[in-house]
Design a protein around this ligand. Sequence first.
Ligand code: IDC
Length: 330
Amino acid sequence: MKKILVCFLAVTIMLGTVLSDGVVVFAKTPVSQHGRLQVKGVNLVDRKGKTFRLKGFSTHGINWFEEYVNQDAFHDLKKMGINCIRLAMYTADYNGYCSGGDKKHLESVIDKGVKACRAEGIYVIIDWHILNDCNPNTNLKEAKKFFKKMSKRYKNYKNVLYEICNEPNGGTTWAEIKKYAKKIIKVIRANDKKAIIIVGTPNWSQRIDEAANSPIKGQKNIMYAMHFYAATHKADLRNLIPAARKKGLPVFISECNITEASGNGRIDKAEGKRWFQTIRKYKLSCVAWSFCNKDESASLIKPSVKKIKGIKKKDLSKTGKWFVKTIGWI
Ligand code: IDC
């Protein structure tokens, strides 16, 4: 019996990754191969300093579609080439974290998602999904408490990234966002010195030019969000990417689709292809909105598909299929 146990342990150590809570991951995974990510210059790089790209699916709001937050589903996506899940937690919309939602429950969904990603060896973005609240300072106190808790809980996880304000809007200035970001970065850094922190930019995370003119100083591993919906957003927005990079700004596309900005309506594959030429050229990370079957064109699963695991390529919507194919291409 003892011999068998010793043998098992030896094989485990040779082939597997033993996580702190005893979970063993055997196969080579994105996280076991690339480790903790960092920012070098304008690029996201892996632990060895090599440029690395996250290819992600974002959940819809976990207050609406929490059933998609499960390890089997993430495993299905991993098989399709996805190496990152973004957990979108709305703050101010229907039953959001700061608008009547059950905080404990939402945190438990995040915990389930983070642990599922860790067990799969893929990366995970904890997204403070501001939208109707417009200005991240609206719920500053709650944000501070939330990120203190999250960074304490996940400080030893190599696969966790933080997105601290999805899309500032309603005229919120870069100066206001920066003020908020500095406070939240301080809270996270008190627990976790290294995790990548993605900061939203003005006008629904589009004005990376404003961030590039006045970036956050004295901090490592900070990236700046650019979001696009290809049927609405064209070259004028896309051209901000090379310009911002020239000024030294690390850009991360933490939300995008090829639909209209409403998340519904027309799909523009030709414009999507142009966006992905830029994404490929600069080896950018990108995350598609959203992993659910809601009856709108941005949903990555067909509305008629009710299952939440055992998901195959044929279950993906038009946009879902396009993303999996195109993400494979970059
Ligand atoms: C949309 C969802 C839609 C939901 C709405 C809630 O697709 O089902 O009813 O939010 O307000 C964003 C936002 C993201 C939006 C998405 C599409 O980050 O929350 O999701 N979008 O409108 N920015 C640009 C587009």
